[in-house]
Design a binder for this molecule. Structure first.
Ligand code: ZN
Ligand code: ZN
Length: 358
């Protein structure tokens, strides 16, 4: 029996339990940092499979490491299990999580006398903060020789690239007064935010094509008859190259400073979340994954071409050879981060793809 046939057989044996776990995580969506149900479910299962389990690694309560074997080459399968507020598993992390578990368990059981260590690394809170960045910083990936994870989508791509990314909160402080009786005494924090958006929109013409800047007004004042003394915007800024991204961040902050000067308000700049690096996919691993997926009979044809996002796996790819292939789970385009995509991630056909990916 060939290596991939042995792996397939191991997954086949665990199939019902694996699908049951993916369904249960889908049914109990938990946002980043609160994934205690998923943590409990997965780590108990892995402990029963003979894995040594450490919870709360890297100082993150819902992160874990589960390892089988000790000596030799160390391969890490990343498992994500966080959901989106109100939408649930609109990013399909129930599939990401259990495909990683399936791959790890099947490989561990196939080791026989061969030396090697197989780990499943529970990497929570991908949507909000990107816990892998913190797990890299705290050394969790230091002795991992290769790391991998898959992500479901509407297209398939083996050699995945991503954008480096940084998150900012811009808060303006002004002075509240009655908006009709003495507006000349006021300093309008909301105007600071609006002029920041205008400045950034004027800046776009002078930025490279791969840059993405997108923001929302997170605080915009309390009542129209009160000049807002506080207003804020959250921005995400992305680019292929981290050093160019830093230049763009400076320009965005300069827009906000200019807006503060123009409106007589003061500005507070806070970086939120961890900065993401762009993904560097390992060519050898990506090619092997592609070959194996083809051998396994996966044959979904999708012509949809997804644009680039950002992923915390980018940071992992800077410290150990890594891949995060994108695998289509539908032939039609279904927008990500929606209830529709969430529903798709809880179907028999898609659970079958999850096992195949494993
Ligand atoms: Zn997502
Ligand atoms: Zn995702």
């Amino acid at each position: 029996m060939g290596d991939s046939a042995i792996i397939e057989q191991q997954i086949e044996q665990e199939k019902d339990k694996l699908v049951e776990m993916a369904r249960a995580i889908h049914k109990n969506p938990e946002v980043g940092g609160q994934e205690f149900f998923a943590l409990d479910l997965i780590t108990k299962y892995l402990a029963n499979q003979g894995f040594k389990v450490w919870r709360g690694i890297g100082g993150l309560k819902t992160a874990f490491m589960a390892s089988f074997g000790e000596e030799g080459f160390h391969i890490g399968f990343c498992s994500e299990y966080d959901a989106l507020p109100e939408i649930g598993h609109g990013c399909g992390h129930n599939l990401v999580g259990i495909a990683g578990v399936a791959a790890g368990v099947a490989l561990a059981k196939s080791l026989g006398d061969m030396p090697g260590r197989v780990s499943i690394i529970g990497t929570p809170n991908e949507e909000d903060e990107g816990a892998k960045v913190e797990l890299v910083r705290t050394g969790v990936f230091d002795d991992v020789d290769a790391a991998m994870m898959f992500h479901p989508g509407c297209s398939t791509c083996f050699y995945v690239e991503s954008l480096a990314c940084r998150d900012y909160n811009l808060t303006f402080h002004g002075r509240s007064v009655h908006a009709s009786t003495e507006p000349w005494e006021g300093r309008n924090a909301l105007e600071g935010v609006i002029q920041t958006f205008n400045g950034i929109n004027a800046l776009r013409q002078h930025l490279k094509d791969d840059v993405r800047i997108h923001g929302v007004i997170s605080e915009g004042g309390l009542a129209p008859n009160v000049i807002p003394n506080r207003a804020a915007a959250d921005f995400i800024i992305r680019a292929r190259d981290s050093s160019y991204l830093n230049e763009v961040v400076e320009k965005v902050v300069a827009c906000a400073r200019g807006a503060a000067t123009a409106t007589g308000t003061t500005l507070e700049v806070t970086e939120s979340g961890y900065p993401y690096d762009a993904m560097v996919s390992n060519r050898v691993m990506a090619d092997l994954f592609q070959e194996s997926l083809k051998e396994s009979g996966y044959n979904l044809e999708s012509s949809y071409d997804e644009g680039l996002g950002s992923m915390d796996m980018g940071k992992v790819s800077r410290v150990t050879p890594s891949i995060q292939p994108l695998v289509a789970i539908t032939e039609q385009w279904v927008p990500g981060h929606t209830h529709e995509f969430s529903a798709l991630c809880d179907t028999d056909e898609v659970y079958e793809i999850m096992l195949t990916v494993g």
